[in-house]
Design a protein around this ligand. Structure first.
Ligand SMILES: Nc1ncnc2c1ncn2[C@@H]1O[C@H](COP(=O)(O)OP(=O)(O)OP(=O)(O)O)[C@@H](O)[C@H]1O
Length: 657
């Protein structure tokens, strides 16, 4: 049978869009490439559509070997689209694919004269040129930063470390090792599960940097995170940790005074200077950030494009310290940079030189299992995984570990231990059970949204003044953060859309909210798009409240959305908010960087490629005290645990030096 023609392929792609196997954008991109090259082979056009589809699913490239090996798995497709793909009679081996792509004028292969074509074929990976460039930039920046190691006075370093870690750890002290290792290079990656002390370690590292820096008074330090909430949390934790360390470092220097110069923690968008309607930031290689040390928390949420922009905007001499949990979900956007950077973190992979340095600086001997005699990688020498959780060792921590291992039996066993109220799996749940959880909580974990609704009703009288109003607003926002419904998906009765509507209705019917139209006092909201002109960023969570005594021309009080950044309250008139959603229920993706006393994870009835072990792990690790699993079908939970997310990327290969 002859291969499909380009025009027949366009018809086929249209049908795939109608069947929702592809996005409209994916077929349109293939059409655009056909216009650029009217002679284009159908296989090349199909590769473009699949590449675009994969980019929409978070992959940085189309890995041809994987496409030939297991297309349904890679594309997240069921049997029918996979069958239709096979019937197109197009290349079936990576060699056939690369031959066909390499012959196309739409494709450039590094090493050949650059024809500025929109696609790049690097080995057996096809990229949109933009993503190929991001990967190249990230890899070259990372390697340059980890390769330039500083010579340090290990004796002095050891003395400082003893003061910063006065209590010897029971086993290997990875936190101390992380401080020592991170001090050597201009990029350090510190990963670990929740409560393993990433921020605790970063604060000590910062104190160490002040200690060893010749001009500590002028050291410019900045803190940032992908979301406003995570940034505020980082600032608070670092600040209080530095306060606590001041005694240990006095009288050599005044850490409190140095810490007071650290500016506010910002979102990465704000730090880099996001501009409306453009991908470019104000800060870039030509206009670098004015700082010497940058600590970025929740780095698992930093996507490839953002990481490339961040690394480029950092002056070559500045240090970057990335903190994050490598096992968490990656960002919605393409790339899983932290996961790629930490792929070998569990094994250590330290060279003999790093081990000798670590021993000299900390007195600890790295066990042989963490050493790599042959070809140790440069990045591994600047990466440390923290392994002991300080506040997460209980049942929730054990459940997170079981999920991370994909151990369904252990996870089910933990949730079945009825005597432990921290964990619960609702048996055969109905949508009404989710409403009950939202209104009342559950045995062992009472409350739900009741406490925030109670706070809402206790607004101080206007005469009590602005400060009383602000305290109340902080209280309402704080109470709201105690409980959250997290969904794996958006659509359907078990998705955020269905649950938000149902909860709003149930609370109104119970007389707990008076809901008139879209905006009502007490509406919890999440910002879904950055809007620097208004000062709100994707992922910000707020609550609509009547402000303190501000009447408009009609004598009405227009609602404002209030947000809490640490202790800081900020507000925006709701009419200025264009992209917001109600936030009684939010997706697990959007919950990253937040923690709630009681977290309820709601899975959909049907499994699918959107469910993964990383998603369940991320949901569980959002819970501080109580976790409830709502899985309408038991096998959905099992399927999720069996499915690991591996995003296609060439970063691992580029970094393997
Ligand atoms: N070595 C240590 N000794 C005493 N307390 C510690 C130590 N390491 C961490 N902690 C404490 O454990 C708690 C968790 O630490 P931290 O917040 O730094 O963890 P984290 O990994 O940043 O957590 P998250 O993933 O939630 O951001 C904090 O209260 C911290 O002070």
């Amino acid at each position: 049978m002859d291969p499909i023609t380009p025009s027949a392929l366009q018809q086929e792609l249209k049908a795939w869009v109608q069947n929702k196997w592809l996005r409209r954008l994916d077929a349109a991109l293939a059409g655009f490439m056909h216009e650029l090259d009217p002679q284009a082979d159908a296989a090349v056009l199909l590769a473009v559509a699949l590449l675009s589809h994969l980019e929409g699913r978070g992959h940085a490239c189309l890995p041809l070997a994987q496409l030939c090996e297991d297309a349904p798995d890679l594309l997240g497709w069921g049997a029918e689209p996979a069958q239709r793909l096979a019937e197109l009679n197009l290349p079936t081996t990576p060699a056939e694919w690369t031959q066909c792509l390499a012959a196309s004028p739409l494709v450039w292969q590094p090493g050949a004269p650059d024809n500025h074509s929109p696609l790049v074929l690097q080995g057996q990976r096809l990229y949109l040129r933009r993503y190929w460039q991001y990967e190249q930039r990230v890899a070259s920046q990372v390697l340059a930063r980890v390769s330039a190691t500083e010579r340090l006075d290990t004796l002095a370093l050891r003395a400082w470390l003893c003061r910063l870690f006065p209590i010897p750890a029971a086993g290997l002290d990875w936190q101390q090792l992380a401080c020592a290792v991170a001090l050597r290079s201009r990029l350090a990656v510190i990963t670990g599960g929740p409560g393993t002390g990433k921020t605790y370690t970063a604060a000590r590292l910062l104190a160490l940097l002040f200690a060893v820096h010749a001009q500590r008074q002028t050291l410019r330090v900045a803190l940032a995170a992908p979301t406003g909430k995570a940034a505020a949390r980082l600032k608070q934790s670092i600040e209080s940790a530095l306060q606590g360390l001041a005694e240990a470092l006095a009288p050599d220097f005044d850490l409190r005074e140095l810490a007071s110069h650290i500016g506010p923690a910002r979102t990465l968008h704000a730090l880099l200077g996001a501009r409306p309607d453009t991908r470019a930031f104000r800060a870039d290689a030509a206009h670098p950030l004015e700082l010497d040390v940058l600590i970025v928390d929740e780095a698992s949420m930093v996507h490839l494009e953002m990481m490339a922009a961040l690394l480029e905007a950092l002056p070559p001499g500045a240090r970057l310290i990335l903190l994050g949990d490598k096992d968490q979900l990656a960002s919605v956007e393409a790339g899983a940079v932290l996961g790629d950077l930490c792929r070998e973190a569990e094994r250590g992979g330290y060279s003999a030189a790093t081990a000798a340095f670590a021993q000299a600086a900390t007195g600890q001997v790295l066990p042989a299992e963490y050493l790599q005699a042959e070809r140790p990688q440069a990045l591994a020498q600047a990466t440390v995984m923290l392994r002991e959780s300080r506040r997460f060792g209980g049942p929730i921590g054990q459940l997170a570990l079981a999920v991370n291992r994909g151990d369904v039996a252990a996870a089910q066993g933990l949730m079945a231990q009825a005597e432990d109220q921290a964990l619960l799996q609702l048996p055969a749940p109905e949508p009404a059970d989710v409403l009950r959880l939202a209104l009342q909580g559950r045995p062992g974990a009472p409350g739900g949204y009741a406490s925030y609704l109670q706070a809402l009703r206790q607004r101080p009288p206007a005469e009590a003044g602005l400060l009383a109003f602000e305290d109340w607003a902080r209280w309402v926002l704080g109470e709201f953060e105690r409980f959250r419904l997290l969904c794996a998906v958006r659509a359907g009765v078990w998705g955020t859309e269905g649950i938000n509507l149902a909860v709003e209705r149930a609370l109104a019917e119970a007389g707990l909210l008076s809901r008139r139209g879209e905006w009502y006092e007490g509406r919890p909201l999440m910002v879904t798009r950055n809007d620097p002109s208004v000062g709100v960023f994707n992922g910000d969570i707020g609550i609509a409240l009547k402000p303190h005594k501000l009447l408009d021309a009609q004598g009405l009080i227009p609602l404002r959305a209030y947000f809490l950044d640490g202790p800081q309250l900020r507000s925006v008139g709701v009419s200025r908010l264009n992209d917001v959603e109600t936030a009684f229920a939010m997706t697990v993706h959007k919950s990253q960087g937040s923690e709630f006393e009681h977290t309820v994870l709601v899975l959909p009835e049907q499994g699918g490629s959107h469910l993964s072990r990383e998603l369940v792990y991320t949901g569980i690790t959002r819970a501080r005290k109580f976790f409830t699993l709502v899985s309408p079908q038991a096998q959905t939970f099992h399927q999720a645990l069996r499915q690991r997310t591996r995003r296609a990327s060439g970063l691992l290969d580029l970094l393997a030096v």
